[in-house]
Design a protein around this ligand. Sequence first.
Ligand SMILES: Nc1ncnc2c1ncn2[C@@H]1O[C@H](COP(=O)(O)OP(=O)(O)OP(=O)(O)O)[C@@H](O)[C@H]1O
Length: 309
Amino acid sequence: MTTIEVQDLTKTYRTTTAVSRLSFTVRPGRVTGFLGPNGAGKSTTMRMILNLDHPTNGSIRINGRPYTQLRDPLRAIGALLDAKAAHGGRSAHNHLLCLAQSNGISAKRVGQVLDQVGLASVATRRIGGFSLGMGQRLGIAAAMLGDPPVLMFDEPVNGLDPEGIMWIRGFMRAMAAEGRTVFVSSHLMSEMALTADHLIVIGKGRLIKDAGMAEFVGGGTESYVRVRSPEPAELASLLTDRGAEVSSVDDHLRVRKMPAAMIGDLAAARGIPLHELVAQETSLEAAYMAMTKDSVEYHLGTPIVSERK
Ligand SMILES: Nc1ncnc2c1ncn2[C@@H]1O[C@H](COP(=O)(O)OP(=O)(O)OP(=O)(O)O)[C@@H](O)[C@H]1O
C-alpha cells in the first residue's frame, strides 16, 4: 500500500493557522498535484509528511505507518524540498555517497542514481559550481537513493529553464508510470495541467477540491453557450427538446450539453433570430482562480506607475 494518508491535519503557529483539518490520500501510479496559492499551507503539509514539523492535530501515514515507525525512511519516501541544502564543497558523488553510507544504502546505488538523473558526467565536480537545474537533479538523485515507492517534490520547477522544466515533468511522469506514488506541489495550474493526473487543491490551509484532472478539464457545469434571442421562450423549448440544458440568466440563455453550431443550425431551421451565440469555455486557470479567489493572501492592487520618464 504505497500511499500518503493525511487525516484531519492541523498546524498552528502562534497566531497563524497554516493547515486546518486537512484530509486526503495520495495514491500510486499517478502524479498527484498539490495546488494552492502562495501561503496556502503546501510546504507546511509536506514538512509534516517528512516529520520535519509536527502537527498540532491529526495524523499522517506513509505506506500505512506513521513516519516515526518507518524502519527505513529513505526506502519508504524520497523527497525534494530544498535543493540548496547540499554542501557546496563536495562533489556530487561524495555528497550522495555520504547520504548512502549513513542510511545503509550500497555505494553502487550512487552511480545508478547519478545515471538516472543525467549527472554521471559531472559526478566529480564540486556541487558549489552547479546550476539551479543541476542542483535540482542532484536533489532528485538523493531522493531516489533508497529506491522509494513514494516521491514528494515541493515546487520542483521553480526558477528552472524550459529544458530543466521539461526534464522534471518527464521524470515525474516516468516515476508514476512505474507505479510509484508521486506527490508534487505548485502554485500554478498551468504547470499542474501538464504534469498531474489528479489534483488536491488547498487554500488557507483547507481542502478546496480533491479530484481527477479530467474533472477539472471537462469543466462540466462551467462550459456553456451564451445565447441571446428576441424569442427566448421558443428557443429554450426547441433546444430542451433536443437534449440541451437551458437556463435563463438576465437577458440571455445559458445552454449546456449542446455545441454552439448545433444551436445556431436549429434556430435557423426554425426561423428564430439569434442576436448572440458565444461558446464560454472555462479554462483550467479560470476554474482554479475562481476556486481559490477567497484564499489568496495578497490580491494584486492597482499597479504602481513609475513617475520617472
Ligand atoms: N515556521 C513558521 N512560523 C510561522 N508561520 C509559518 C511558518 N511556516 C509557515 N508559516 C505560515 O503558514 C502559512 C502557510 O505557509 P506555507 O509555506 O506552508 O505555504 P505554501 O502553500 O507552501 O506557500 P508558498 O507557495 O508561498 O511556498 C503562511 O501563512 C506562512 O506564513
